[in-house]
Design a protein around this ligand. Structure first.
Ligand SMILES: [Fe+2]
Length: 340
């Protein structure tokens, strides 16, 4: 019942602002690196409810370069991408503008958005433990990865990949540089194979008996187990169990997909209303299920495959603070020869 009311309220609020603004339908230009299939259902729903039109420009990469080169005449209203590092890069390049919105602030946890409103997390992914099915393990800390009992048993991708940079940077935020170096040496000493490959290869190599445990992103389990990645990956997904690790005295490390309003957005108000729509219950459910990510809005259910991992207790370190340790994380991975 509550959900129906909330949606009706949102619909009429958008309809009202369109009329009150005097403009008929606005057009919003969305620049995104996300796969078209993930975004399409959201756009359809937003267009139907608001009467506005969304033009989508998919960019495999080079989002910042494109907007930069377009300069003041850029038609971009919204910049949508994955990884908080990419969003912070947009801010540092001066390509975003601050937005104040009660709807965005109340829907999105504080640590998953910029304090000045330059970017907002729209969905979350967690860095989780993949473990062999028969392994007797039901809780785990990131600190445990360096425990000598796991010598020769850990699989993980490159220590220079942005997913691990974010994890290592969060470790620095929790424990400082020196302790992180010691930890990384310990993790390196526990590796079953050279760090590398992708996150899904952790599941593959657990199935192949190369390793017992590894760290990888939560949504890949959805992509594998659902069969979206093909029958072979479905086997990998089913060969592992997932444990939500935490930092000692903290939570599970998360990253986001998110969006920013472009610095020179020609349709700023409509762009903000689209972002507000994206954190509505309706949109959060569509978005999270389409990409096997966690909704950022409280009370919206994740896909059943993702929900089966248990309740996510997110680490609450602000992403902006984690970002400030990225350079240290990269240097430490290099120093300990993580990928050698
Ligand atoms: Fe990924």
């Amino acid at each position: 019942m509550m959900k129906t009311f909330a949606l009706k309220g949102l619909t009429s609020a958008i309809a009202f602002s369109a009329i009150a603004g005097g403009a008929s339908a606005a057009e919003i230009n969305l620049y995104t690196t996300r796969e078209p299939g993930l975004i399409a259902p959201l756009i359809t729903a937003f267009e139907a409810e608001s009467g506005n039109k969304v033009n989508t420009i998919f960019l495999k990469d080079g989002l910042a370069e494109r907007v930069s080169s377009e300069g003041e005449s850029s038609p971009a209203d919204i910049l949508m991408t994955v990884d908080f590092g990419n969003l912070i890069d947009l801010v540092e390049k001066g390509l975003t503008q601050p937005v104040e919105s009660q709807a965005l602030e109340s829907a999105i946890p504080e640590n998953l958005r910029d304090a000045d409103g330059n970017w907002f997390g729209l969905s979350a992914r967690a860095r989780v433990l993949y473990a062999a099915k028969d392994l007797d393990i039901d809780s785990f800390t990131y600190e445990d990865l360096a425990d000598p009992q796991y010598k020769g048993k850990v699989c993980i991708r490159s220590g220079q990949h942005p997913y691990n940079t974010a994890l290592f940077a969060d470790y620095v935020a929790h424990h400082g540089v020196e302790a992180t170096e010691t930890w990384l040496e310990g993790v390196k000493a526990n590796l079953a194979r050279k760090a590398g490959g992708g996150d899904r290869d952790v599941a593959r190599d657990i199935m192949g008996g190369i390793c017992d445990i590894g760290i990888a992103n939560s949504y890949y389990v959805g992509l594998m187990r659902s069969g979206a990645g093909g029958p072979e990956q479905e086997e990998w997904g089913k060969a592992i169990k997932v444990v939500l690790p935490t930092f000692e005295g903290g939570g599970t490390q998360v990253n986001i997909s998110g969006a920013a309003v472009a610095r020179h957005a020609p349709n700023r108000d409509a762009a903000v209303s689209f972002l507000e729509f994206l954190v509505s219950e309706e949109a959060q459910e569509i978005y999270a299920k389409a990409n096997f990510e966690y909704p950022v809005r409280q009370g919206v259910a994740a896909d059943p495959i993702i929900a089966s991992f248990g309740t996510l207790q997110m680490d609450t370190t602000p992403l902006t603070e984690i970002a400030s340790h990225r350079a240290q994380a990269t240097a430490l991975a290099e120093k300990v020869g993580f990928d050698d």
